[in-house]
Design a protein around this ligand. Sequence first.
Ligand SMILES: Nc1nc2c(ncn2[C@@H]2O[C@H](COP(=O)(O)OP(=O)(O)O)[C@@H](O)[C@H]2O)c(=O)[nH]1
Ligand SMILES: [Mg+2]
Length: 443
Amino acid sequence: MVLGDLEESLRGTIRKIANAVTVDGKLIKEIVRDIQRALLQADVNVRLVLELSKKIEKRALEEKPPSGMSNREHVIRIVHDELVNLLGETKDLPIKKQVIMMVGLYGQGKTTTCGKLATYFKKKGLRPALIAGDVHRPAAYDQLKQIAEQVDAAFYGDKNEKDAVKVVKDGINKLKKTSDVIIVDTSGRHKLEDNLIEEMKNIFHATKPDEKLLVIDAAVGQQAGSQAKAFNDAVDITGIILTKLDGTAKGGGALSAAAEVGAPIIFIGTGEHPSDFEKFDPTRFISRLLGMGDIKTLLEKAEESMKGKDAEKTAKRLLSGKFTLKDMYEQMDMLSGMGPLSKIADMLPIGFSGKLKKVDMNTTQDKLRKFRVIMDSMTEEEMENPNIIKSSRVKRIARGAGVENRDVKELLRYYNMTKKMMKGLSGNRKMRKSLMKQLQFDT
Ligand SMILES: Nc1nc2c(ncn2[C@@H]2O[C@H](COP(=O)(O)OP(=O)(O)O)[C@@H](O)[C@H]2O)c(=O)[nH]1
Ligand SMILES: [Mg+2]
């Protein structure tokens, strides 16, 4: 698994958004903090983390979700997009005849990656060949030869030749007729020293490779940035391959630092085997890291449980007998349709249910709409405390809502009846318990 810890914490954050009751400023601040923590732990540069979290916070607070997208989805989308931006651009290696030169410090994974690239091009239908341009370590020749055999690529090397430029030139001449993609392995040093740069430049000038790919071990973390810059200054690299992303918690640092130098990350290595190699695609990479595939289901599930929570809240409030006009207003849709009230009515003993249903039945959609308009003309105090609404208030409200006095009175009657019904229910503990149980809510 690539970047296991980061993956785990980012997915936790996404889950938090998906399961949030409301997406508000508090939640956004909280998830921005979570993301900051996760990225810093994955070694991403502090400045980048701050920039990114500012952007996420600003966008999440200010942007309205496009139509058809929920708030939650929208915030997840913003987090996703900004993480993708952090990883920068990528590019595709052309699928054509070419010479590729591998550069990088010792032990970063150059030789191993030669085999991975050969496998990659083979799958694209091109004939790969490997040249052992690391002439300083005898073992390097054997290692590359073995890899060539393993991945079924052509191979050229000369164990007795110490001139890397000559080996590479001879190799290209020998292989160019029978191979399409010639991959040149080169030697590395522990540090970027003058003689390494010299040799790299000489091979570069003598062979004019189409691509110069820098191989960096992701475990170097943010050092990836300065390595990439140094190699770029020396030989003008055309792409970066980050290796060993399978074994490091610092992958975030290497990925973002490398992305910052302007040379695109093209591939990532995720293991020692020739097939442990992936095209680097920032969008896909982040989607997978966040578990975007699961997010849709996650959101749907959250949506369902949210509805459940609303219904449960309403039912509890209805049954508690504390039922104001405000509650009625908020829950109008439920009251009018398939909400708890009609569900409750269906479960009541005939007598109760008959009365309740009569209220419900007489109340058409139109009437509920009218009720809503009337309630819009009421003060906060009247909504909380409907029994203060006497005739003078009734007149004022009716005038405000553009209805007759009797409409206001009808609303109040409807309200009182519903409330009484609820009180009757809540007074009966046994019934209340059995109702909540039938509605599958905790009592
Ligand atoms: N886990 C893991 N190991 C890798 C990866 N790439 C290379 N290695 C290992 O890293 C070590 C050095 O690799 P090598 O190709 O010889 O590096 P070079 O000195 O740059 O040529 C070897 O043991 C490889 O098996 C990778 O993506 N994941
Ligand atoms: Mg090597």
